[in-house]
Ligand binder design. Structure first.
Ligand code: FEO
Length: 167
């Protein structure tokens, strides 16, 4: 694997671990306002992002590369409402989609078709993530200041069980 591709993949590992850290901060925020279903849903996100990071980390090694370690940025830790937190997630996931697209550009520039095939999984994953989060944002906007609607959604989100995707 070309060094340029290896560096770009390593940067993405850091970005995925940052996502995991950001969602952990959100889990803590939701726990602090006793929306435990939201907090549980967020725990699933934490694990999913860690899985994404590890999937890329493993791939770097599979291709004979070496992991690089950088500091993981401090995430925001407080939001003014559940809607503000989910709008943040949506904007964040849209930015991550941009990062994955940039990675694919590097794969194409370096004629690394194996990396391109590997990264296609993430393209599909981002479509799903943006759709899921976008739906929750829409529902939170409809709920507005109706606390019974919020508790109903909290109960629904509590049902999320995280299972590791097939590798
Ligand atoms: Fe790893 Fe939410 O993208």
């Amino acid at each position: 694997m070309k060094k340029k591709m290896e560096r770009a993949l390593n940067k993405q590992v850091n970005a995925e671990l940052y996502s995991s850290y950001l969602y952990l901060a959100m889990e803590s925020y939701f726990q602090s306002i006793s929306l435990n279903g939201f907090a549980k849903w967020m725990r699933g996100q934490v694990q999913e992002e860690m899985f994404h990071g590890m999937k890329i980390y493993d791939y770097v090694h599979e291709r004979g590369g070496r992991a690089q370690f950088e500091a993981i940025d401090k995430p925001q830790t407080q939001w003014e409402s559940p809607l503000a937190a989910f709008e943040h997630i949506l904007a964040h996931e849209q930015a991550v989609t941009g990062l994955i697209n940039n990675l694919i550009d590097v794969a194409l520039d370096t004629r690394d078709h194996a990396a391109k095939a590997f990264l296609d999984w993430f393209i599909t994953e981002q479509v799903e993530e943006e759709a899921t989060v976008g739906e929750i944002v829409d529902r939170l906007r409809l709920i507005g200041n109706d606390s019974s609607g919020l508790f109903f959604l909290d109960a629904e989100l509590a049902k999320r069980e995280f299972t590791l995707p097939a590798k």
